[in-house]
Design a protein around this ligand. Structure first.
Ligand code: NAD
Ligand code: ZN
Length: 589
């Protein structure tokens, strides 16, 4: 019942569990009138159980005995940060080929800090090759005789998914000595020969066992408020090395020479538009076992695509590569960033979509843009479409270690594409400069990029060379501007188009932006002037034939971009943007 950001811990845990949308029913099982009433008062469902249970699993067994259920998940009441990701993983094991053998499933997290490994409050677990639990203990297991062996330690997380029969068995079987000694419930299963399958989840959560934990949890809650991400003093990394100028691409081999690790290869991810362009490909310094992989930019980059690339590289090379070099547009920039992260961090790229979920430094990575506007070459994110959402891996390890800005590389870009990607920069600036998150840092970069865009897209005085060089710098400044603020309405809505229709980012922004005069009146006029001046055709009526369901998803995806709306319209944006309002706007497009 302790307060956590204005609600009791148990209510937060209940809400978080419901919000995962993974369950048919969610109940709080309790022997306390106070908790029972609190849950019911908040519109939740609670079940009263007997007083005299030894542990939570027994209490749940009593509650489900007469219910018709397949799988029961026990989320402990002190897990207010329960996430969909963890619960999804623990449920997923029941769909794997060895599911028959599983009596229950639970979660574990990688731990690295010896203080935590040796802390008896932190329960460690060891597993066999198929991730079945061998033992749980408050001691460090395995015990490292030589301190620097490279073994991975895992901490057990108090989330269990039982087959109904398993939890009933548990209830009937008396406690034995190992469980009694360690005071760890799930040892009882091992003592009776049951199989516990462990899934790995590395999202950070806080269980609340002590008053200090509660203080920590309150802090995390404050930091996790979507606006806090943007309002804090942010200590973000910038690209440490950048070279600029026509022809500077040829410096690449000198730059890479200093980064070569023993026999580990460099992997070049190159936009496949250059497949036929031997002039560029011949200038790529492939040495020894270096590898070139052509990447299609036809679709928006996906988490599964990142996972496949990482597997391909790991399968071919025994060593982690010396570096990843991305040569292409925003699509290839983002893939290069994501691959360099995922070569080091375990799991799927989808596990890291969000803010600051990456734990380990990425492989050295170099960005070489061949089209300008997105700012992806300088930003702290890599935007990916995942199974659940379209969202960036936003972390301190995402930005490139080196960027090579050679305006010559953008020569071959078609006029439409030049315009669409260039407008990404213009729209970034509009959204940043008109946003509520704006500060002097963002403004200084945003204004410069905005002015450059005006020169490039509305002025006739620039030569082609000047225009290419300036757009490259506009993209850079636009990206820097976003780093400290956020994008806004056009991006939120463009993400909806991208998710449902696969509309690419640049053209999606343009499709949306023409209808946003009520939010950005002056700039929508300027935008239309640019469209007319360059005689660009923007696709029309793309939402005309959407099904109800597609429209619903589109609206949900757009509404889900909370920080973007907050930046655009302030903290009570929900009074301005409703589902109907968004639908009405989409129908115009
Ligand atoms: P892109 O990378 O998708 O490329 C667009 C087209 O231009 C492709 O067909 C590509 O083959 C072609 N192309 C690229 N260089 C060329 C050249 N020199 N000559 C001829 N053709 C060339 O386009 P983009 O607009 O640069 O990137 C869009 C992507 O960037 C989206 O996936 C978006 O989500 C992402 N993005 C990321 C960030 C970030 O901060 N990470 C910011 C904005 C956008
Ligand atoms: Zn953008």
């Amino acid at each position: 019942m302790q307060d956590l950001g204005g609600k009791p811990v148990i209510v937060r845990t209940y809400d978080a569990t419901k919000a995962t949308n993974l369950f048919d029913e969610v109940y709080v099982v309790t022997d306390s009138d106070i908790i029972f009433n609190e849950i019911e008062m908040n519109g939740g469902k609670a079940i009263m159980s007997k007083k005299e249970h030894e542990c939570g699993s027994d209490r749940i067994a009593e509650a489900v005995e007469n219910m018709d259920v397949d799988i029961v998940v026990n989320v402990q009441g002190d897990e207010p940060f329960t996430s969909r990701e963890g619960l999804e993983k623990v449920l997923a094991v029941f769909n794997e080929p060895d599911a028959e053998k599983i009596d229950l499933a639970s979660l574990m997290t990688e731990i690295h800090d010896w203080k935590e490994i040796s802390d008896p409050n932190c329960v460690k677990v060891i597993v066999d090759k198929d991730n079945f639990a061998l033992y749980f203990s408050r001691s460090p297991i395995p015990f490292p005789r030589d301190k620097n062996v490279g073994v991975q330690y895992y901490k057990h997380k108090g989330i269990y998914a039982f087959r109904k029969q398993a939890i009933l068995d548990f209830y009937r079987l008396p406690m034995r000595s190992l469980e009694a000694t360690e005071k760890i419930e799930c040892i009882r299963y091992l003592e009776y020969g049951k199989n516990i399958k462990m899934a790995v989840s590395n999202t950070i959560g806080v269980e609340i066992d002590t008053p200090e934990d509660l203080v920590k949890a309150n802090k995390i809650l404050n930091e996790n408020k979507p606006d806090a991400v943007n309002h804090k003093f942010r200590n973000f990394p910038m690209v440490p090395k950048v070279v600029f100028g026509e022809g500077c691409f040829d410096q690449l081999s000198t730059i890479l020479a200093t980064q070569k690790q023993d026999k580990a290869p460099f992997i070049f991810l190159v936009d496949d538009v250059f497949k036929e362009n031997t002039e560029l490909v011949d200038r790529i310094p492939l040495r020894f076992n270096d590898k070139l992989i052509f990447i299609s930019a036809e679709e928006e980059p996906k988490t599964s695509q990142v996972d496949n690339l990482v597997n391909e590289i790991k399968k071919e090379f025994t060593q982690i590569p010396s570096g990843i070099i991305g040569i292409g547009g925003g699509t290839v920039m983002d893939l290069a960033k994501a691959v360099s992260i995922m070569l080091i961090n375990n799991g799927s790229a989808a596990d890291y979509q969000g803010w600051d979920l990456v734990r380990q430094k990425a492989v050295y990575h170099v960005g070489i843009p061949t089209i300008s506007g997105t700012g992806a070459e300088v930003s702290r994110t890599t935007v990916l479409t995942g199974p659940e959402r379209k969202l960036g891996i936003n972390s301190d390890f995402t930005p490139f270690d080196q960027v090579i800005l050679d305006p010559n590389l953008t020569r071959g870009v078609s006029k439409n594409q030049w315009f669409f990607t260039g407008m990404d920069c213009f729209i970034h600036c509009v959204e940043s400069l008109n946003g509520t998150f704006l500060n002097a840092f963002s403004q200084s970069y945003g204004e410069k990029a905005y002015d450059l865009c005006m020169e490039i897209f509305l002025d006739d005085s620039l030569s082609e060379e000047e225009s290419r060089a300036k757009l490259m710098m506009a993209s850079w400044h636009g990206g820097m501007s976003i780093a400290y603020s956020q994008v806004g309405v056009a991006h939120a809505m463009s993400y909806g188009l991208g998710y449902v229709l696969g509309t690419k980012h640049g053209v999606g922004n343009c499709i949306v932006f023409q209808y946003l005069d009520e939010f950005y009146p002056k700039d929508v006029l300027l935008f239309k002037k640019m469209v007319a001046k360059h005689n660009v055709e923007i696709p029309q009526n793309i939402c005309k034939n959407l099904s109800e369901e597609q429209m619903d998803t589109m609206v949900t995806v757009a509404m889900g971009m909370v920080p973007l709306w907050e930046n655009a319209l302030g903290s009570n944006w929900e009074t301005i943007i409703t589902r109907d309002k968004l639908k009405e706007l989409y129908l115009k497009m």
